[in-house]
Design a protein around this ligand. Structure first.
Ligand code: ARG
Length: 262
């Protein structure tokens, strides 16, 4: 009798394990083509970037924002569900390359270096760069001399700081999250930070002691969705992005999150 019970439990455990495996396989990050409808795609993002993606603790702590709405719209059209994984910005491309994410939506700019590692969709939004500071004596790039400038690790803003360093000396600090840069500016450990316009405005609204000015000689930086190389999702997303631009959905989302009519 004892032995029989034991066998039963053993059996149940094995069954439970098998069922568990099935669920994991369904979870995406393993997109191999064919009919994927109803499956879950894993979206990786870095939710330190309002209004693109941020966590509003007052609203349940879920990641929300422009990118989340864009992703949900496209996923719905394509018959996918989405699960969001929040991580540091510098972990996003590795997440794609290691199969932990099916795509990245994080206000990410498609540049040559990244294109070696991942594929990008068409661009869906473009931004300019600003210098944000609490220090009223910093009014131009020249005033950064000898100061400490913050940038997000692995971002294109990091590259902008390198360019500025060619002409003058200042310290560069790199942080995983834009929210850390804001905190450190408020506590005077960082004098200024390079942040893109829409994101900077969100932080300026909430932190009245901060101000900003345009970073000169920079091109508009677009945002695009990143995918594993040769993913069949790239084309599917591009088709939906095109439709969103044509039928006014994109304009509506831009107005909702950036407060501007295009
Ligand atoms: N557009 C910049 C880049 O691609 C910054 C993006 C930062 N995004 C974020 N979710 N923190 O490097």
């Amino acid at each position: 009798m004892m032995k029989k019970n034991f066998l039963m439990i053993y059996f149940i455990i094995i069954l439970a394990m098998l069922a568990g495996c099935g669920a994991v396989e369904d979870k995406g990050a393993s997109n191999s083509g064919g009919d994927e409808s109803g499956k879950t795609l894993i979206m990786a993002t870095s939710a330190d970037y309002p209004p693109y993606e941020f966590v509003d603790t007052a609203k349940g702590g879920e990641v929300q924002g422009f990118d989340v709405d864009v992703a949900n719209h496209i996923a719905k059209k394509l018959g996918y569900k989405i699960e969001i994984k929040d991580m540091d910005f510098n972990g996003l491309i590795p997440a794609i390359n290691s199969g932990k994410a099916d795509f990245v939506l994080a206000g990410m700019t498609p540049n040559a270096e990244r294109k070696k590692k991942v594929d990008f969709s068409d661009e869906y939004y473009a931004a300019q760069q600003l210098i944000v500071t609490k220090d009223k004596s910093i009014k131009s790039v020249e005033d950064l001399k000898g100061k400490t400038l913050g940038v997000q690790l692995a971002s294109i803003q990091e590259k902008e700081a390198d360019k500025l360093l060619k002409n003058q000396k200042f310290n560069v600090v790199k942080r995983n999250k834009v929210t850390e840069l804001i905190q450190e500016m408020k506590s005077n450990r960082v004098d200024a930070a390079i942040i893109e316009d829409a994101v900077a405005y969100e932080f300026l609204k909430k932190n009245k002691e901060l101000s900003s000015f345009a970073l000169p000689n920079t091109d508009a930086a677009g945002s695009a969705v990143a995918f594993p190389k040769d993913s069949d999702l790239t084309n599917k997303f591009n088709k939906e992005l095109k439709k969103m631009k044509e039928d006014g959905t994109m304009d509506k989302l831009v107005e909702k999150w950036f407060g501007v009519k295009k």
